[in-house]
Design a protein around this ligand. Structure first.
Ligand code: PLP
Length: 455
């Protein structure tokens, strides 16, 4: 049953009266009203006017197994009947919490075997910051407190996660973010390559970490934190030699490596995790979004055996959330992972969806002078819009090129996200061959109209 028993105008008026939206342009919201989504099935959504829309963003990079999975809703209902809530504090657990941790140890890389639950990527990363400090306390090096992230990195919205992120606009809100966070260049070859080969740039960008460590002093640096492919910063995938060099530097200076797998995890790049794709072994990893395909809020931190040992013997781990390991979220996440396994979704992403998707994007870039580059890996892409791609002239920020393209796309029945001057795409992993064609046709139409708009 559709929950659209009101007209769009009625929903919009009610929403405007009482709902305060996160990450939202409130001026535009006031002028245009909210878009009301009422139903999802597979890779498609329906709005309150009955329009069918292809969700090129899998919600917020999360609905990996697609909308409308009855097997997930049945598991949730059953768990709600049986045990809707119990906590994981004070030496307690329940079957879904136990089973999910065991399942995670099966699907994550071999060296990651211990899991802590939270409810969102932000909370998990916030906790990791504390755990990194606890780890170094336990190792007798309490001064190793500084954490290095990257410009345009995104790790969440709490004060600590915002401090760790490299998003200038977010730091304008409130100001005075936490000390002991540093940032290095994002490995964006197209923007910062300056005549280097991709390989030269990969080393150059990774070596920024070494320079930063030497500047601060290795005895003060606790960890390097990065998304395998930076997502919210505009989908920035590094050259192949970047991550192995980062790993080398972390080992050389005795610094923990943390992979934020909130977007890349659970199949996005055609591998289970981004670290599998790039061939690295982080000490700690963050998971959320695709962990439950967004059906329930849940996140998890994965620890290597070494990190866990250090935390384990520290007495009471005085950190956690009422809903850490919520039984319904755990039951749904467990079933979600079983679906990924049983239906071989990640294998199909790698062998079928990714080649068709990336080939289609390549053709789009050939046919549109407005496209500077298409980047990303797997089913995660950034389409860089340029005023004049041939001469590498950027749109002015005020021209709002990506927002305009996004709004045109939605009229064609396609959701893409606008990040600065980039169109960002991250469809459900279950996108079918015909839906990939639909995506490419709609993106093509939106880009053609955007080009016409800018004449
Ligand atoms: N880390 C990454 C890489 C993300 O992309 C996000 C959200 O987009 C987060 C962390 C924060 O997750 P949440 O919004 O669940 O707090």
């Amino acid at each position: 049953m559709l929950r659209s028993n009101k007209t769009t105008e009625e929903w919009q008026a009610l929403d405007a009266a009482h709902h305060v939206h996160p990450f939202c342009d409130h001026k535009s919201l006031k002028e245009n009203g909210v878009k009301v989504i009422v139903k999802g099935e597979g890779s498609h959504l329906w709005d309150s006017d009955g329009n069918k829309i292809l969700d090129g963003m899998a919600g917020l990079w999360c609905v990996n197994v697609g909308y409308g999975r009855k097997d997930l809703t049945e598991v949730a209902a059953r768990q709600m009947d049986e045990l809707p809530y119990y906590n994981t504090f004070f030496q307690c657990s329940s079957p879904p919490q136990i089973e999910l941790a065991n399942k995670l140890s099966e699907v994550t890389p071999e060296h990651i075997n211990h899991f802590f639950y939270a409810n969102s990527g932000s909370e998990a990363n916030d906790s990791i910051i504390k755990f990194i400090r606890l780890y170094w306390d336990q190792k007798g090096k309490p001064e190793k407190r500084t954490i290095i992230g990257r410009n345009l990195g995104y790790h969440g919205s709490t004060i600590a996660a915002t401090s760790l992120s490299g998003m200038g606009a977010m730091k304008k809100l409130g100001g005075n973010y936490l000390p002991e966070f540093e940032h290095i260049l994002e490995p964006h070859y197209y923007m910062h390559g300056n005549g280097m080969t991709e390989e030269e740039f990969g080393l150059y960008a990774a070596n920024q970490l070494e320079e930063k460590i030497l500047e601060i002093g290795a005895d003060k640096v606790g960890a390097f934190f990065g998304e395998p492919v930076q997502g919210a910063g505009g989908v920035i995938d590094p050259p192949a030699n970047y991550w192995p060099r980062i790993q080398e530097i972390c080992t050389k200076y005795n610094i923990l490596l943390v992979c934020d797998e909130v977007i890349c995890g659970f199949g996005r790049l055609g591998t289970w995790f981004g670290q599998n794709f790039y061939g690295i072994k982080p000490d700690i990893m963050t998971m959320a979004k695709g962990l439950s395909s967004g059906y329930m809020p849940i996140s998890a931190i994965g620890f290597s055996d070494d990190v866990y040992e250090a935390l384990h013997y520290s007495g009471v781990l005085a950190n956690g959330y009422t809903y850490s390991g919520h039984p319904v979220s755990c039951a749904v996440a467990l079933k979600n992972i079983q679906i990924l396994q049983d239906e071989k979704i990640i294998d199909r992403v790698a062998s079928e969806a990714v080649p068709a998707f990336r080939e289609g994007l390549k053709s789009l870039s050939k046919n549109h002078s407005i496209i500077g580059e298409v980047r990303g890996q797997g089913l995660l892409a950034g389409i860089q819009l340029m005023k004049n791609a041939a001469d590498k002239v950027q749109f002015e920020v005020e021209e709002q090129a990506a927002n305009i393209c996004r709004d045109i796309a939605i009229k064609h029945g396609l959701i893409m996200r606008a990040v600065d001057r980039t169109m960002v795409v991250c469809p459900p992993l279950v996108i079918t061959p015909s839906e990939i064609t639909e995506f490419l046709e709609k993106a093509d139409a939106a880009l053609t109209e955007t080009e016409a708009y800018f004449g």
